[in-house]
Unconditional design. Structure first.
Length: 157
């Protein structure tokens, strides 16, 4: 019996800090479970500010410190994404509002739009933007993403 591929898109404001960290963390968890063929994984931004840019150097450094590499380039979410992805997981209420507003203009979209933090077993719902913070803030984002992604992956889809 063929396994249906599930898909998840991680979204934040600029797609250079939180969402590429979440994408890379989730990709590693899926790879570690030898389930790469069961998931389509990507990340995107609500804004178009950083399209084509690599993730923030601090995000890349944080991921490398945890043995994870990424070659992701920032991209903006498209209307097609709402129809392509099963899940769109975002980082804060502002992202959620923007995504719900964008989705309201699309007929019959299938994506479930949720906060990634809604899966956090420590109940830290919001994953704060570390852009104006320091390395510790990026580590906090990594830890929140790791906990939430593990929980999301463990649930039946």
């Amino acid at each position: 019996m063929a396994c249906e591929v599930k898909s998840v898109l991680f979204v934040c404001l600029g797609n250079i800090c939180r969402s590429p960290i979440a994408e890379a963390v989730f990709r590693k968890l899926v790879t570690d479970q030898n389930a790469e063929n069961k998931w389509m994984i990507d990340s995107a931004a609500v804004s178009d500010w950083n399209v084509g840019s690599s993730p923030d150097a601090r995000a890349l450094s944080c991921l490398r410190n945890h043995g994870i590499e990424t070659t992701h380039k920032a991209q903006q979410i498209t209307k097609d994404d709402f129809q392509t992805f099963d899940y769109i997981l975002c980082m804060d209420e502002s992202n959620l509002r923007d995504l719900k507003r964008k989705s309201s203009q699309i007929q019959n979209y299938k994506a479930r739009i949720e906060l990634l933090g809604s899966y956090d077993p420590q109940k830290q719902l919001i994953i704060e933007d570390p852009y104006y913070g320091n390395d510790e803030d990026f580590d906090t984002v990594y830890e929140q993403c790791l906990r939430s992604c593990k929980e999301f992956l463990a649930k039946p889809h």
